[in-house]
Structure formats: C-alpha cells, structure tokens
Design a protein around this ligand. Structure first.
Ligand code: HEC
Ligand code: HEC
Length: 275
C-alpha cells in the first residue's frame, strides 16, 4: 500500500463511524467496547497484529523492551477500553509511543483485546533489591544527569516514570551499554522522536553537544551536559550532525557488579511516578 492510499484510508476512517460486525447498537450499557464479547479467533488475530506492529517495542509476549511491559493489570494512560483504543490508534503525544499505521477499527479492537489479555498475566519480577538500588543511585551521582522526583538536573531524560516506560532488560542495557539506545526508525515516518539521539551543532558562537529534545525541518533543540536547552535555526548553523549510536551517558558495565546492576534496575523499575 502506498502512503497516499494509506492517507485516503485514514481520512475515510475519520468520516465513517466505528464498525464492529456483531456490535449491538443499543444494549443498554454505556460501553461501546466489543472486547468483552471477543472470541479466540479475534484474540489470535490480535496477537498476530501485535507481533507485526507492536512487538518490536513491547516484546513478542508483551513483556516490554523499548516500550513498557503490558503484562500489567493497570496501565497509566488507559482508564477503559475506549481509551485503550485511542492510545493504540493515536499513540501518546510527546512519548516514544507512535500512532498506528491506521488499519481499520476492527483490527485496532482486536489488538486492544489482546492487550487486555496480557494484563491478566503476572507482572515481571524485580531482579534485585530496590532499596539497595536507591542507595547506589545516590552514590553513583546519577542525579548529575537525570531528574527523578524533582531531584537532580542535567542532560539525560527524566526518570520519575521510567518504570512505566521500559522493562528490566532494557534498563539493564541502558546502564551497561548506553550506546545501544539508538532511536527507532519510526521517527522518520511519524516525525516524532522515539529514541534518544546525541547531536552536535557548530554555531557562530561555538560548539554544542547534547541530547536532542526536538527537531523539525528548520530548527533543532538540544539539552547540554549541564541541562541547559539550546535552540537553533538550522540555516544559521555552520554544521549540524547526529551522532547515532553515541551516548553521552557513561557505561556502568565495569563499575557495577551483577548484584549492583540488578539492584539499580529494580530501583528504576520501581519509579512509576506516583510516590
Ligand atoms: C516505537 C516503539 C513502540 C511501538 C511500535 C509501540 N509502542 Fe506502545 N509504547 C511505547 C512506549 C515508549 C510507551 C510508553 C510511553 C510513555 O508513557 O512514556 C508505550 C506505551 C503504550 C501503552 C500505554 C501503557 C500505559 O502504561 O498506559 C500501550 C497500551 C501501548 N503502548 C500499546 C501499544 C500497541 C498495542 C502497539 C502496536 C499497535 C504499540 N504500543 C506500539 C513504544 C512503542
Ligand atoms: C553524563 C551524564 C549521565 C550520567 C552520569 C548518567 N546518565 Fe543515564 N542517561 C544519560 C543520557 C544522555 C541518556 C539518554 C540515552 C542515551 O544517550 O543513552 C541516559 C539514559 C538513561 C536511561 C534510559 C532512560 C530511558 O527512558 O530509556 C536510564 C535508565 C539511565 N540513563 C539511568 C542512569 C543511572 C541509573 C545512572 C547512574 C548510575 C545514570 N543514568 C547516569 C546521561 C547520563
């Protein structure tokens, strides 16, 4: 399918009301969700669509990766089946969660039904001791580059809710091999920033290096090591480059032993924004 036909389909979808084959129009219940009535065939179709469109970020079993594990009874951005539909259809603005390729409503409901079934699976266990990890976090001066619960500053992404964004395996890799956090290609299609990218800009008043905060055709914003945001018009820059695969975060592979890493990962997994 070409982009043009995809776009036409999107527009057509916007104009037609939701169509779900066996959906009773007025059953006296407020919810329009077909999920409770789904059969095995719908769930199998949902699983298949999930493996194609979602698994590269959420894992084949929905156990997470670049995106959070969906094996959780309560999801942060989802209050009911309708909001789950919206999250899948539109993505979550300002995060690494992209909107879909816009197939049809039935397929989105099938994926949503499959995601619901994941929520009944047990949550990922903590590999270590979060309290010990909190002490390591303080001792390792992570707060010189990260804000968490209002504390700290610097170039890195905020970690207050990192436990809702990533799974344990991904967090372990962030610590031991930060260069591996390269952005997903999706951002080139949707225009959104999905991953973290180090950029360098040479302006008339000097050189800047930092984490890309946002970028479009004409401008770019980066956050430097001190946490200061710089904004540039691309046409004014002498040079601008993207350092793919180069992280500003030091690797902790040789600094932390296995137990330390497990504890720190457990601490990070416990950061869910609410306490
Ligand atoms: C490019 C990676 C990527 C892809 C592809 C992706 N997601 Fe996500 N998704 C994320 C990230 C990252 C988040 C966390 C957003 C945040 O809160 O910062 C997320 C969040 C979510 C949430 C909300 C979780 C919560 O706690 O509220 C749901 C549900 C979800 N994704 C489902 C899906 C489904 C279903 C698909 C496939 C149609 C999909 N995602 C495709 C990266 C991705
Ligand atoms: C010199 C600055 C710096 C220091 C020190 C630092 N980080 Fe980072 N961190 C970054 C940057 C920049 C990123 C963005 C991704 C990348 O470039 O790897 C990052 C990414 C991360 C991520 C991934 C976040 C996500 O959403 O994917 C985690 C988790 C993390 N850091 C934890 C830590 C912990 C824990 C420590 C202390 C042991 C630490 N960082 C120390 C700069 C730093």
């Amino acid at each position: 399918m070409t982009w043009r036909t995809t776009l036409c389909l999107c527009t057509a979808l916007l104009l037609t009301p939701a169509t779900w084959a066996n959906q009773p129009e007025d059953n006296g219940q407020s919810s329009a969700s077909p999920i409770p009535a789904m059969n095995e065939t719908d769930l199998a179709a949902g699983r298949q669509l999930f493996s194609v469109h979602c698994a590269r970020c959420h894992g084949m079993q929905g156990d997470g990766g670049e995106g959070p594990s969906l094996q959780r009874a309560r999801l942060k951005h989802v209050s009911d089946d309708e909001s789950l539909f919206e999250v899948i259809n539109d993505g979550i603005q300002g995060t690494g969660m992209p909107g879909t390729w816009a197939p049809n409503d039935d397929e989105i409901w099938q994926i949503a039904g499959f995601v619901r079934s994941l929520g009944k699976l047990p949550e990922e266990p903590m590999p270590g001791d979060p309290a010990a990890g909190a002490i390591l976090y303080a001792d390792s001066a992570c707060a010189t580059c990260h804000i968490s619960r209002g504390q700290g500053r610097g170039v890195g992404p905020e970690l207050t809710e990192v436990g809702l964004r990533r799974n344990a395996e991904y967090l372990r890799r962030s610590l031991t091999n930060p260069d591996a956090d390269s952005p997903m290609l999706d951002s080139q299609i949707t225009g959104r920033i999905n991953g973290f990218l180090t950029v360098r800009a040479v302006a008339s008043d000097g050189e800047y290096e930092g984490l890309r905060v946002s970028e479009d055709e004409f401008s770019v914003q980066l956050r430097d090591l001190r946490g200061t945001i710089h904004s540039f018009e691309k046409s004014q820059l002498l040079r601008y480059e993207k350092a793919f695969g180069h992280s500003l975060m030091p690797g902790y592979l040789t600094v932390l032993n296995n137990q330390n890493t497990d504890d720190l990962v457990s601490y990070l997994m416990s950061l869910k924004g609410d306490s």
